[in-house]
Design a protein around this ligand. Structure first.
Ligand SMILES: [Zn+2]
Ligand SMILES: [Zn+2]
Ligand SMILES: [Zn+2]
Length: 668
């Protein structure tokens, strides 16, 4: 590295002029935007040096510059696409290979060495495309720094290698989609590990299958560092990801791997296998007995019912003689994939999903197509793979009727474990409804308790009477501990629980006399009537505890934090437009309730009417509506704000007992 000799003369003079002459006036005259002027200033301070080497030709249309990271240049006549950008020095060299215009930059991940010069690209209006799950670490980097805790550090993941300034993003690279440019097509392949949102780009270049792989591998048998592969204190969580990603990338059979650090790897399979072996050795030496996600395997419970119990939630594939499958749930590949990716999910993003298990179902269990997917309940650990399945396998989505709106309008609710991506539902079932699919017959029942939005489904499969029970209960020792001959339920108040929810659920399951229980976590187990009845008794006692301990005689008010709520909870609204917002009320009294509510809003916002009156029938639901207007000039620096509802109920001032948030969409 050497000190940059001198910035371009035009660059210096323009920046100085902007400073002294007043950026606004000049911007208007020269058509410059404020963003470009800021980017120009950022360029000045974010790049202090330049790399020594020049462009190196790899094949006729592929070049490499060794900068703070490897910057790859893909040529199409006089146009270029860049994979990663480093300091941006590459822009000064492209003329040497006849490139007159850069049509885009694709980033494999968000580390500063990949993108610290992005300000230079912004100044030249070059569109920057980033991995979908790292978008916030580019365009909202400054917010990341306001919120990233350094004290009490146990989440030791090196997301500290994030840009210090926001970079505008022109496009996002979504997992499993294709990026097309000129004659090139790249599959955007998720390769989490080195970072949790990292991607590889796989496509044909100059007659070879090439993978631009970021920092998945440095050189045969080597990674660039190990510290990026630890997120939680003392864990080997990232090593598990790295092995999984290497395994899947190797299956593509790339003929050339172009890493972000190290040399391009021709015939990379051997070096990838060597690296997987070494990482596995380290993983097993450090965490004896721990299992790797890549080793998870489904098993046949009965000839037609296959269970993947090592996925984060157990999912079931009922595979008919025709090869069509009905999936009950389909979540993340493992607990590590679920909890780790969950912790890294940005406020407005959805948790990342990486495909798993389906190749084994095809190879070993005769799966030909995924025909139907059904959720046992509305939780993300059971639903995370649904949008992927719908996009790539085209199944229909069926569910119990009260889940339809939660799946289709996830922004509507503030309940535990909502998946942040809408899923369109094709068919729904009422309590007690039966249906046929292929050679099987099913009965669907409402099964509240774990959450109001859960079903129990019963079916005769290969001579067994199977109850699919979601997360209603599990054997006591499922998550470790000594075996006790008891079933254990769970209670999460945020999931919408009423005093009789669990009791309703266990009664329904007992009535259907299953011989086999297929739970949402862990392996299926033989049903034992005594255990079910024992649980029923304990659940009846639980109901009594609620009455005993909660002050309000209608104790459901003390169990459900959202009996008064705003819908949608996370409103998406345009500045200067009016958006509907509802106040919804669940009245648990045995008499009607009269409610008045007004919204508490940021300055300049307006709600019509100012207050609503809602009469809610005894033991029933009611709602009132507002139109919310956000002022046209609302600041872009405040894209998400909270609001509250101030409430009077039957003459009693309850105050601001309900709230919601608004995400403001700005017109370009
Ligand atoms: Zn990196
Ligand atoms: Zn679950
Ligand atoms: Zn659940």
């Amino acid at each position: 590295m050497r000190k940059e000799a001198s910035p371009t003369v035009t660059g210096v003079s323009r920046r100085n002029f902007l400073r002294t002459a007043g950026a606004g006036l000049l911007a208007a005259q020269a058509g410059e935007t404020k963003a470009a002027a800021e980017a120009s200033a950022a360029e000045e301070s974010s790049v202090r040096f330049a790399p020594h080497e020049g462009l190196m030709r790899i094949s006729s249309n592929l070049y490499l510059l060794r900068d703070t990271c490897n910057v790859y240049v893909l040529k199409n006549n006089d146009r270029a696409l860049l994979i990663d950008f480093g300091s941006g020095h590459v822009l000064k060299l492209l003329g040497q290979i006849g490139v007159t215009q850069v049509e885009g930059i694709l980033h494999t991940h968000h580390h500063r060495d990949q993108c610290q010069g992005d300000g230079r690209a912004v100044a030249q209006h070059i569109p920057i495309h980033v991995p979908a799950h790292e978008r916030h670490l580019f365009e909202d980097a400054e917010n990341f720094w306001r919120n990233r805790r350094v004290f009490h550090l146990y989440y030791v993941r090196n997301d500290f290698f994030t840009l210090t300034r926001n970079v505008p993003v022109a496009g996002v690279l979504r997992d499993y989609e294709t990026f097309r440019w000129g004659p090139y097509e790249f599959l955007i392949f998720p390769t989490p590990g080195h970072t949790l949102g990292a991607i590889s780009l796989v496509g044909q270049v100059d007659g070879k299958k090439v993978a631009f792989s970021g920092d998945v591998i440095h050189s045969p048998g080597k990674v660039v560092n190990l510290y990026e592969l630890q997120y939680q204190y003392g864990s080997t969580d990232g090593v598990d990801f790295a092995i999984f990603s290497l395994d899947k990338l190797r299956e593509f059979g790339p003929e050339l791997v172009c890493p972000s650090h190290g040399e391009p790897l021709p015939a990379p399979a051997v070096g990838m296998t060597e690296l997987m072996g070494k990482l596995r050795g380290w993983y097993e030496a450090y965490s004896p007995g721990a299992s790797l996600t890549v080793e998870n395997k489904p098993f046949a419970v009965t000839p037609h019912l296959v269970c993947a119990h090592q996925a984060t939630s157990t999912f079931y594939a009922l595979i008919s003689d025709s090869g069509k499958a009905l999936f009950l749930d389909y979540g993340s590949a493992s607990n590590n994939f679920f909890f780790t990716l969950n912790a890294a999910t940005a406020v407005k993003d959805r948790m990342r999903f990486v495909e798993h298990t389906i190749p084994e179902l095809k190879a070993r269990y005769g799966l030909k197509s995924v025909d139907i997917v059904m959720p046992s309940h509305m939780h993300d650990d059971h639903l995370n793979g649904f949008p992927y399945l719908v996009r790539h396998y085209g199944p229909k989505v069926w569910c119990y009727e009260n889940m339809v709106d939660v799946l289709q309008n996830p922004r509507g609710y503030n309940l535990g474990c909502i998946l942040a991506e809408p899923i369109k539902v094709d068919r729904s079932f009422r309590h007690g409804e039966t249906f046929k699919w292929e050679e099987f017959e099913f009965t669907v029942c409402h099964s509240p308790g774990h959450t109001e939005y859960q079903m129990a489904m019963f079916a005769n499969i290969d001579g067994a009477r199977v109850a699919f029970t979601g997360d209603a209960f599990f054997p006591s020792n499922i998550f470790g501990g000594p075996p006790v001959p008891q079933l254990r339920h769970n209670l999460i108040f945020r999931n919408w629980v009423e005093n009789d929810s669990h009791v309703k659920s266990i009664r329904t399951i007992l009535e259907h006399q299953p011989t086999l229980v297929a739970p949402g976590h862990g392996k299926p187990f033989l049903s034992n009537k005594e255990d079910l009845e024992d649980l029923q008794q304990r659940l009846e006692k639980q109901q009594q505890y609620f009455f005993d301990v909660i002050a309000d005689p209608d104790c459901n008010f003390g169990l459900n934090p959202t009996w008064v709520r705003l819908y949608p909870y996370q409103l998406l609204a345009k500045a200067s437009a009016a958006s509907p917002l509802e106040l919804r009320v669940r009245n648990y009294r045995k008499k009607p309730m009269h409610l008045e509510a007004g919204l508490v809003l940021p300055p300049g916002w307006k709600a019509t009417p100012e207050t609503v009156s809602v009469d809610v029938p005894a033991d029933g639901e009611g709602k009132g509506g507002f139109m919310l207007t956000i002022p046209a000039g609302w600041e872009r620096s405040r894209p998400r704000v909270a609001l509250a509802a101030d409430v009077m109920a039957d003459g009693q001032y309850l105050g601001q007992i309900a709230e919601g948030v608004v995400d403001i969409e700005f017109s370009a």
